[in-house]
Ligand binder design. Structure first.
Ligand SMILES: [Zn+2]
Length: 259
């Protein structure tokens, strides 16, 4: 889920970045929105552990049983893109999906034309249709509870089994409010759809900090998703088990520059 609060960005980044060890700041890559923030490209193991523990567990709103551990797909993931928005962004959305597939080892992603067989369904919609789309997808009660609680701009619902395996994810992405809103939502919501379900408003590097508008697949979130899909972690794994395994995993994948 994305909310844009552009005036908070500078203040938050200014206050929090010096307290941590991330380094090697690089400009946003080509294709990122105008004014997209730069990214740090070198992180310590602690930087990555902190983000993973905050983002791979929990969610804004839970319906049904409490999930036991991390959630992810246990199979090659198929994605269906549905566009009813007045601006057709299917081509851009397809290339973002493919970028995730290319960038994350052990995450196989392909696009399919049949919604019924899709693991992830992406709805590209106009902003005016956002609330009614949520009501259609989740019923009045859940949709209203979610909107009242989080004032969302885009959103993703992740349905998982009790063992942590994701059954389906459904994302709603606003297509008619310019490139920046679209790119920010598209990258952010896919990260949720693959299993990083939570937010962390105090983490200065992740796009899952709702005070940041990013709009590209940054080095930090790519590292977190790489960890989530590593075969040495399993769906449903508990906080304790994950916490114990992360330092060795991060070291063996070469994701960190220091402890
Ligand atoms: Zn979100």
């Amino acid at each position: 889920m994305r909310r844009l609060r552009p005036f908070v960005i500078v203040l938050l980044v200014t206050l929090t970045v010096p307290a941590f060890a991330a380094s090697d700041r690089q400009p946003a890559p080509a294709g990122a929105p105008v004014n997209a923030p730069p990214q740090y490209t070198a992180f310590t193991s602690q930087d990555l552990i902190r983000g993973f523990m905050a983002l791979a567990f929990g969610a804004d709103l839970r319906v049904g049983m409490k999930p036991k551990g991390i959630r992810r797909f246990d199979r090659a993931v198929t994605v269906f893109i549905d566009s009813t928005g007045s601006v057709d962004r299917r081509t851009a959305m397809r290339s973002i999906v493919e970028e995730y597939g290319r960038s994350i080892p052990h995450l196989a992603v392909s696009l399919i034309a049949n919604e019924d067989d899709a693991d992830i369904i992406v709805h590209l919609i106009d902003e005016k249709d956002f609330e009614s789309a949520l009501v259609r997808a989740f019923g009045v009660k859940t949709a209203r509870a979610f909107v009242a609680r989080t004032d969302p701009q885009c959103m993703t619902s992740v349905r998982s089994r009790s063992d942590g395996v994701i059954v389906t994810s459904t994302s709603f992405i606003i297509a008619d409010k310019g490139d920046r809103v679209f790119l920010d939502c598209a990258y952010h919501e896919l990260l949720h759809a693959f299993g990083l379900s939570n937010h962390d408003q105090h983490n200065p590097w992740t796009m899952l900090n709702q005070h940041r508008s990013v709009g590209y697949l940054d080095v930090y979130d790519r590292a977190l998703l790489t960890l989530l899909y590593d075969p040495r972690l399993a769906p449903g794994m508990s906080r304790g088990a994950v916490r114990k395994r992360l330092p060795g995993l991060i070291a063996s994948l070469g994701l960190a520059r220091g402890p």
